[in-house]
Design a binder for this molecule. Structure first.
Ligand code: CS2
Length: 490
């Protein structure tokens, strides 16, 4: 039966799965400010904090920050910031109510409300999920040619993540508050270091001493985060609301799998996230590389191949035997060969788990969602692996085909506009593709040289360039599935 009443504290006892829950809404003196309070962070970091609270009796709360849209705040405010996570696979369905989210502030409505949270005494930790483009970086430093960054420097009011953090830290410094720990949870290698660089670069534009204060008082942790959490749809909200027995407009569906590896580099206290299964390590680099190349690299390859095949979802594309074999080989022959597997990880089992996770049709994930922002994702997901393989004398045929699928995806879009392409560099990509639309060779060469996507040494790798062109021509002439069949039977 369709529920009528909303999920909130007063109605909680009417949700059979949650009757035993007690919600602690007392003000907390241990807060985490989370910038970028989207579906991923609510089903990942918030869950780790919730479990750590539940297991240890601690009372850490999260204040979410949405830099632009008030949507999530508007939805969750009416529900006392409670929401459900449904973990789902063939063999498992689990419902959980998250109660540790305290509030959400919206930067576009009131930038000061964000700065106040960053510069409040109880705030000990800031976690970040703003996606690749939110870092406003170029070569791991602040990109001052980025229009939003330039506007933030000029106006003195923040709109970008680096500007918010720098202003917030300045406020903390001026108020004589202690430093804090800032944790990047985005899919970027070396994410803690990049975050530190962009924040410090912005800090120097505000106050010459702020950089020194940051060095002395603020710690940045790199992390590897992993969980497949699609953007919630109306169907998901309806199905979860029915399962809960209350209407939950903020409900999220995700896979049961989750992983969080955190660099143990804290300025002060933190939740006992290890009680929720997080791994605290001295160096996360190897874990980041493993996950970015094995999972995200293959995810992107599937997204472009799947879009060319007209598939809506990742699970549909991975169910095609040729694609599945291709992804296994991309992982086994190339991505895994390009990196050092962290000790204790069985790479074959890890790869098979990734395939199973992609196959999880109970958590449908759109190819279009993974395909977004390709120009910012391709380097760490596929291109750096090609570079490392090249240095080892191993050819990168499967990677080249995946890159050719991305090029073909841009070309088909240019010609047909049959789907939308979301990418912050779309204008430049379109210009390059449009000028060379009749020649696979020219399009690849100009994208490699001018799109700002391909790392320098790879630009002069003629063998890699030729392989992309060869696969692109095959895709154009015989279709992507045939192009894949050729490489997997070699
Ligand atoms: C995906 C990731 O949309 C994407 O680009 O590859 O969001 C992926 O689902 C997560 O990184 C999994 O941990």
């Amino acid at each position: 039966m369709k529920p009528q009443k909303p999920l909130n504290i007063a109605n909680l006892s009417e949700a059979p799965a949650f009757t035993a829950l007690s919600v602690n809404k007392k003000p907390s003196d241990h807060k985490i400010v989370h910038i970028g309070i989207g579906a991923f962070s609510r089903a990942h970091q918030a869950l780790y904090t919730q479990i750590a609270n539940d297991k240890t009796g601690s009372h850490w709360t999260i204040v979410g920050v949405s830099l632009r849209s008030p949507g999530v705040r508007n939805t969750l405010k009416q529900q006392d910031y409670l929401y459900t996570i449904m973990e789902r696979s063939l063999s498992r369905t689990n419902l959980r109510c998250i109660t540790c989210l305290e509030d959400i502030v919206v930067g576009s409505e009131d930038p000061n409300s964000v700065l106040e949270q960053l510069a409040s005494e109880p705030t000990k930790i800031v976690t970040i999920t703003v996606t690749e483009k939110g870092y406003c970086q170029k070569n791991q430093h602040l990109d001052t040619s980025n229009a939003d960054v330039a506007a933030d420097i000029k106006s003195g009011l923040p709109t970008t993540m680096p500007a918010y953090l720098a202003h917030g830290l300045l406020k903390r410094k001026n108020m004589g508050l202690a430093g804090l720990t800032i944790i990047s949870c985005d899919n970027l290698p070396n994410n803690g270091e990049i975050l530190k660089n962009v924040v410090k670069d912005f800090a120097y534009t505000l106050d010459t001493d702020l950089g020194l204060w940051i060095d002395a008082n603020v710690k940045f942790c790199s992390t590897m985060v992993d969980r497949i959490v699609p953007a919630a749809t109306a169907q998901v909200i309806e199905a979860i609301s029915e399962a809960v027995g209350l209407v939950d407009e903020g409900a999220l569906l995700c896979e049961p799998f989750r992983q969080w590896v955190i660099e143990d580099n804290f300025a002060g206290t933190r939740p006992e996230w290890e009680a929720a299964g997080a791994l605290l390590v001295t160096d996360v680099a190897a874990y980041e590389k493993l996950k970015l190349r094995m999972l995200n690299g293959c995810h992107s390859a599937i997204a472009y191949i799947g879009t060319l095949l007209g598939d809506e979802y990742i699970h549909e594309t991975i169910a095609r035997p040729t694609v599945q074999e291709f992804i296994r080989r991309l992982m086994g022959d190339e991505q895994s060969q390009s990196l050092e597997v962290p000790r204790g990880i069985d790479i074959t089992a890890y790869s098979e788990t990734i395939i199973e996770r992609f196959e999880n049709k109970y958590v449908p994930y759109r190819n279009a969602q993974v395909a977004t922002d390709g120009s910012l994702k391709l380097p760490q997901r596929l291109l750096f692996s090609a570079l490392d393989l090249n240095n080892k004398g191993i050819s990168a045929e499967f990677i080249a085909l995946s890159v050719a699928a991305w090029v073909s995806y841009l070309m088909v879009y240019q010609k047909t506009k049959g789907y939308s392409v979301n990418d912050p560099n779309l204008a430049l990509l379109e210009t390059i593709v449009a000028a060379n639309i009749d020649s696979a060779e020219a399009v690849v060469q100009h994208l490699i040289a001018e799109a700002g996507v391909f790392p320098q040494p790879l630009q002069s790798d003629a063998e890699f360039t030729d392989a992309i062109i060869r696969h692109l021509i095959k895709i154009q002439e015989e279709g992507v599935e045939r192009a894949i069949s050729v490489v997997i039977t070699r």
